[in-house]
Design a protein around this ligand. Structure first.
Ligand code: AMP
Ligand code: ZN
Length: 137
């Protein structure tokens, strides 16, 4: 399989690693959104959040929390976004599950100027109720 993140796990291509445990690896994003942008991946290939085994997802979430705390404490971040994209329509470009840990900076040398990527819609209780009904099934 031709997977860039599997190649990173195997050590076949370089990465700037931050942390790891038996299930997951954390390394720096090569085209960072902000200062300290880190990716957390399972060592075992899974394409996305629909495929990843729950144990690996749990380990990735715990590692993401660990990196987020370090971003706040060590990088001086003012906040952190944890982001996962599933499928091309949702912006996924590398099809090996990864959790983005994106430190956020209100000001200073790393001020990011990022904005919310969606426009909140008018409240439509019928649509909200219909979606909830479908999601309960
Ligand atoms: P996504 O668009 O959510 O699938 O995110 C893929 C991320 O992987 C992007 O932020 C890329 O910058 C990052 N990326 C791609 N190749 C590498 C690489 N070799 N090393 C580190 N990060 C990478
Ligand atoms: Zn892979």
């Amino acid at each position: 399989m031709d997977c860039v993140f599997c190649a990173i796990v195997a050590g076949d291509i370089p990465s700037t690693q931050v942390d790891e445990d038996e299930r997951v690896l954390a390394f720096m994003d090569i085209n960072p959104a902000t200062y300290g942008h880190t990716l957390v991946i399972p060592k075992a290939h899974a394409a996305d959040v629909l495929e990843i085994p729950t144990d690996d997802l749990t380990a990735a979430a715990a590692m993401g929390q660990r990196i987020a705390k370090r971003a706040m404490a060590n990088l001086g971040a003012d906040g952190v976004n944890l982001l996962n994209s599933c499928k091309a329509e949702a912006w996924q470009t590398v099809f090996h599950f990864h959790l983005h840990v994106i430190p956020r900076y209100a000001s200073g040398p790393h001020a990011d100027g990022m904005t919310l990527p969606w426009t909140p819609q008018e409240t439509d209780f019928d649509a909200i109720g219909a979606a909830a009904e479908q999601l309960r099934a």
